[in-house]
Design a protein around this ligand. Sequence first.
Ligand code: TYD
Ligand code: MG
Length: 454
Amino acid sequence: MKTKIQFYCTECGNETPKWQGKCSACGAWNTIVERPTEPKKKSGAISMRSTRIAINRPKPLEEVETTTELRFETGMCELDRVLGGGAVKGSLVLVGGAPGIGKSTLMLQICDNLCRFATVLYVSGEESERQIKLRAERLHIRNQGLYLLSETNLENILDAVHEQKPDILIVDSIQTLYNGELTTAPGSVGQVKDCTMALMQVAKGEGITVFVIGHVNKEGSIAGPKVLEHMVDCVLYFEGDQNLNYRILRAAKNRFGATNEIGVFEMEDIGLSEVPNPSEMLLDGRPKNTPGTCVTCVMEGVRPVLAEVQALIAPTSFNVPRRTSNGFDFNRVNLLLAVLEKRGGLMVSTCDAYINVIGGLFLDEPAADLAMVIALASSFRDKPVPGDLAAVGEVGLTGELRSVSALGQRLSEVRRLGFTKCLVPTRNTGKLIEPEGLQLIHVHNIREALAVLQ
Ligand code: TYD
Ligand code: MG
C-alpha cells in the first residue's frame, strides 16, 4: 500500500515514507522535505506553481527585455544603503536576527514612510492587530495606507494579498506561517521552505516587494539549516548585543547590490533611530589612560569605522593558558600572540588573554591586527597607549607590517574623530597625502611599533 505522506530529498530526489535527518541515498543532512499529498488545489502555493510552469517558456537571451530594476527608498538611509540604494520592486528580502533584536520594530517603522506612496500589508503571525497598533502608536505611525492582518495560514494570506493587491507585503515571521496541505508543524524545514517559495512567487509574479522576517535560532541559522538563503533575493541580518542599544544591519546576500555595507541603528524608547556616525558611537565612553586598549579603523563596506580593541593579559593559573575572544577571530588572536612572543619579545605564552571588541563589531579585517598587538602589549606591560593614537596595519608571521587598502579614507576618519597620531605600515605610505593635523608614525614591523610606545 502506498503511504499517504511522501518525503523526498531536495538534493538527490530520493523518496522516503518518513522524515529523517540524513538522506539514506546521498548522505546529505537536512534535505528531506515533505511532498504535498494533493497536487491540485484551487488556490495557494501549489496551484500558483503549476500556472507559472504552464506560462513560462525558454527565451533566447537577446529577446529578454532588460528594464533596469525599479527601486524605491524605504525612508531609512541606513536600510537603503544595505539594500544597495533602496528596495527593488518585486524582490523578496529576508530579514533575519535573534528574537527580540528589533526586526518587527524596524519593519513597522519603514511602513511609516512606505505608506506615503504605496499600500502596505503587514501580516503578523506573532502579534494580534491590536498589539501591532499599540506598537505603531508608540512609534508614532499613523499613516493611512497601512493594512494589518493577523494570520498564520498561508492560503488565507495569499487570498488576502490577491484581494488587497498591496505594493509591499511584510510577513512577520516566516516561522509562524503554515501551509495546511502539509502535515508538519509551522517552523519545520518543509513548511518554511514551502511558504517562502509561495511568497517568492507572489513577489515575482505580481511585482510585490516582500519583506520576510525570520528568527535566527541558537545555531545562527534560520529555521534549522539556513534553508532560505538560496531562495530569496536579499538576506539581511540584524545583529547586536541585546543588552546594548545599538544594532547593526548587514547584508549577507544581495542580488541587486553589494553585500559589504552595514547600517547602524540605536534602539530607543520610541523605536530605532539611525546612527549616521557609528565611529563616534563606538568610541563613546572609551577609558582614558588605561592599559590594554587601542583604536583602529576598519572598512565596513565603503565606510571607515573606528573600533576599540581591548585586551587583558594576566599570568595564568592553569596548565594551559585561557584565551577568549569576542569580536575578533580566535585563531587570529592566538597567531598574533605567538608573533608577539617570537618577534616582539614579550613572553605572553604563560599568560591568559581575554579579547573584546567594543560595540558588537566583529573585526575580520587584517588591518585591525596592529591595534590588537598594541592592545595586548599595552596590557602585558601595564602601560597605557596614548589616548590620541590609533593604529592601522596587517601583521605578518615574521612580525612585518603589511599595507592595507583605503588607507587615505581610514586616516581621514581617524583625524575626524580627533586623533593626532596614527601608526601606519611604511610600505603603505608611498603616494599617501598626510591629513592635516594627523601625525603618521611609519613602522616596518611590530618591534618598531612597540618601541614607539615604550
Ligand atoms: P522587536 O521588534 O519586537 O523584536 P523582534 O521582532 O526582532 O523579535 O523588538 C523587541 C525589543 O525592542 C524589546 O525588547 C523592546 C525593544 N523596543 C524598544 O526598546 N523600543 C521600542 O520603541 C520598541 C518598539 C521596542
Ligand atoms: Mg517580532
